[in-house]
Design a protein around this ligand. Sequence first.
Ligand SMILES: Nc1nc2c(c(=O)[nH]1)N[C@H]1C(S)=C(S)[C@@H](COP(=O)(O)O)O[C@H]1N2
Ligand SMILES: [Mo]
Length: 199
Amino acid sequence: MGVISRGFGRSREPEDSRLPPGQYLTEDFPVLSAGPTPVVRLDEWRLDLIGPAGDRASWTWPELRALPHEELTTDIHCVTKWSRLGTTWRGVSLDTLLAELETEADFALVHSYGGYTTNLPLEDLMDGQAWIVVEHDGEDLPPEHGGPARLLVPHLYLWKSAKWVNRIELHDEDRLGFWESLGYHEYGDPWREQRYVGD
Ligand SMILES: Nc1nc2c(c(=O)[nH]1)N[C@H]1C(S)=C(S)[C@@H](COP(=O)(O)O)O[C@H]1N2
Ligand SMILES: [Mo]
């Protein structure tokens, strides 16, 4: 066995060990949308974070962009079996946004411009696991990939990463999103291959 250099982090790890079961590598960035790409004007853009009792925090585009941004490099995995390694993004950590709202809620239902929804446990949006990203590969996020801003939750299948995000509702009980109500797995961990209900 060779010695694994840790000097440059994840990019030196063997690619195979970064590929969840049943996934293949692609260099392209496929576009997967359940409907047309919505046109979102930046002067009308809003992101609302709404607690179970209706308490809310809200950001305009300039307000979001005034928050601290982070660069991140991560692997992404789509349930249709493609994975991309080492994708780079820039955005605002969900921890920064969630700090504005005190809540005991356990679940999030994320809404997009255009009507798409997806659900996940609130704890999966916390502790450096999720971002509202506004750049990909050093460029503004293209509209077809969710621009001006999308959720990115790279540890779950990519359908959880709602493009054109505009509202995050917190609930005490889990409510299914778009694909989840059509038979996709409620949680969607690629490493446990949770593609469909019952996996
Ligand atoms: N608003 C919205 N977000 C969405 C989707 C969608 O149809 N609408 N598709 C999801 C699915 S199934 C995947 S695999 C990824 C695809 O992201 P991409 O088009 O940037 O590759 O977005 C997710 N987020
Ligand atoms: Mo997907």
